[in-house]
Design a protein around this ligand. Sequence first.
Ligand SMILES: Cc1cc2nc3c(=O)[nH]c(=O)nc-3n(C[C@H](O)[C@H](O)[C@H](O)COP(=O)(O)OP(=O)(O)OC[C@H]3O[C@@H](n4cnc5c(N)ncnc54)[C@H](O)[C@@H]3O)c2cc1C
Length: 386
Amino acid sequence: MADGKFRFPAVELGPEATELRREVRAFLAEELRTGGFKPIADSWTAGMSPEFSRKLGARGWLGMMWPKKYGGHERTALDRYVVTEELLTAGAPVAMHWIADRQSGPLLLRFGTEKQREEILPRIARGECYFAIGMSEPDSGSDLASLRTAAKKVDGGWVVNGRKIWSSGAHLCHYMITLVRTAPKEDGGRHDGLSQFLIDLKSPGVSIRPIKNIAGDSHFNETVFDEVSVPDEMVVGKIGDGWRQVVSELAYERSGPERFLSTFVVMREGLREIGADADARSDEAFGRLAARLKTLRRMSLGVGSLLQQGQSPVTEAALVKDIGTRYEREVLEEMRRLLPARPLGQSPDPYGSVLRDGILYVPSATIRGGTNEVLKGIVARELGLR
Ligand SMILES: Cc1cc2nc3c(=O)[nH]c(=O)nc-3n(C[C@H](O)[C@H](O)[C@H](O)COP(=O)(O)OP(=O)(O)OC[C@H]3O[C@@H](n4cnc5c(N)ncnc54)[C@H](O)[C@@H]3O)c2cc1C
């Protein structure tokens, strides 16, 4: 790594964080005891439970860093990190509110109007309002700026036509932050002329069609916009500034502990399963996985602290996601090597069940939110290699 190119400041978690962690653990233990949830791998994309999200909202664990006047709790990024870490390592069903709490809320806080903030942020913080990401299109994924969904200016607003694809959870969400072209490419560079709209998914002309994933779940969708009216007050930030805003959103999207903890429950249940049969080989494997986990956590915490300072560490976040998602897949491979005889079907035992989830859901981790090849390209550019 080039000297000084990447910043991962060391972060100390103090006694308040320890106390908060204790509270979250006690809550999760009680939820598990009373059947409030069943741990799953990749719970931040696969575990959709509005009821559980509302419980977290009631405890003040959503919108944690936002100002109180918008329903937030004015806590630190590290407090939020601790809560997130505990929820993920427990395999708790946090997918419903995940995008709204992680990136759409912070985006509105930064670029939204006062009205958008006042109306929407308190609902997100209560765990009652959910968001989908409207970036990818059938012919625009990695090359996002080539997108074709377009908006035409009319009196008092815009009319949107186009198609978004792979919109996670859109069938259950209230809004989609949608990246659209508001000026033709020839008017500027390819990143100019893009804007972000806050689209109410109940608007006339919006249709959402589920796409089944390999697990047979309807996790993501195709979302079609047919002459959808979007009032001016639903523009997010400035018209034409969409690219800059999306890039700042990606640092939130790529750096969190969900980029390396999606398979933690598989490792934990595997460790339980091995129990007294542990030997030198399993000790070595778990030791190696734990050491890498520690490094990733250190990097991710560092990015979190830069975000807290208002910086936009896009390259560092890309590194965390690239290394973290490859690690998640290695956890699965390692567990299958250590405990090779597990069936893949729905299994009544906790290990078999989380292993199945992991095998079916986690391969997409190196694609969603930007493919690993594209992330490596971002890092290479920063190093001056491209
Ligand atoms: C589970 C899941 C959930 C998702 N949820 C959402 C969502 O909620 N909202 C949303 O907008 N999108 C979502 N996506 C879409 C995701 O962001 C895209 O799939 C991703 O950005 C890749 O785009 P693509 O599928 O069009 O592949 P392509 O961009 O066509 O890429 C195909 C292959 O070419 C490689 N490639 C492309 N460009 C380059 C390059 N410049 N250098 C090197 N290699 C390159 C890629 O790495 C990949 O291997 C989701 C995807 C998945 C799998």
